[in-house]
Design a protein around this ligand. Structure first.
Ligand code: 13P
Length: 253
């Protein structure tokens, strides 16, 4: 059975005190709800708050993920954070290839592939993002674009390595815009991605891979998105910055 995952990507938000308050609120909220046992929560705060957030959870309430990692092992790369550093802090997950990193920091599929390699080498699970921009959707190129991203970013892996990967389909036109993909659009793309994985690694690996939806996911639309058979949860931006909304989304499975 593949995991159902709700992951909160805090992006570049919150000061230390605000982050502390948010994770405290999440913990309090979790005490009063009962999520399905197969629902995995992941919180991805900015780097400086990773340790504080991990200390709260001790892995029993939620896992902790980073939002980025260096494609290099170690050395003179000022400002970068290595997979070995994250491993040494027992961070379980890391987002890679987010559209904001692709657009603003020129993260190519080759860089995504190198980052995924670093993460796997150090025992972290990559949450690899893919998705088309509006123009590509409007010219019906979304499948070609996503196929390319998955092929070039991930299909160099062995089947065993691929088993550690979580995929997040995030149509760029839906991120932070309030415009969510319809459940049909999400299901169609998720089924397409699962088909690509089945072609490359076989049906069993494809059935075990969690494919999350991201883009203006909130408590009011999570249920109809998660009800689709190939949508295994969400990567949540804005709504993960409020404990009530984040947990309410996780309750929609
Ligand atoms: P929003 O939920 O704010 O649209 O962001 C989605 C996202 O980019 C998560 O990685």
């Amino acid at each position: 059975m593949r995991k159902q995952i709700v992951a909160g990507n805090w992006k570049m938000n919150k000061t230390f005190t605000e982050a502390d308050d948010l994770v405290n609120d999440i913990m309090n909220k979790l005490e009063s709800v009962s999520l399905k046992p197969e629902t995995q929560l992941i919180v991805c705060p900015p780097f400086p708050f990773l340790e504080m957030v991990s200390d709260y959870s001790d892995d029993s309430y939620f896992e902790v993920g980073a939002q980025n990692v260096s494609d290099q092992e170690s050395g003179a790369y000022t400002g970068e954070v290595s997979a070995a550093m994250l491993e040494s802090m027992e961070i379980g997950y890391c987002i890679v290839g987010h559209s904001e990193r692709r657009a603003y920091y020129h993260e190519t599929d080759a860089i995504v592939a190198a980052k995924v390699n670093q993460l796997l080498k150090h025992g972290l699970k990559p949450i690899v993002c893919c998705g088309e921009v509006l123009e590509e959707r409007e010219s019906n190129q979304q499948f070609e674009v996503v196929k390319h991203q998955i092929n070039d970013g991930l299909f160099h892996l062995t089947a065993e390595q691929f088993g550690e990967v979580v995929i997040a389909y995030e149509p760029v036109w839906a991120i932070g815009t309030g415009k969510t993909a319809t459940p049909e659009q999400a299901q169609e793309m998720h089924a397409f991605i699962r088909g690509l994985i089945a072609e490359k690694y076989g049906k069993e690996v494809a059935e075990e891979t969690s494919i999350l939806y991201g883009g203006s996911c909130k408590p009011s639309n999570a249920k109809e998105l998660f009800a689709n058979k190939d949508v295994d949860g969400g990567l949540i931006g804005g709504a993960s910055l409020k404990a009530d909304d984040f947990i309410a989304i996780a309750e929609q499975f």
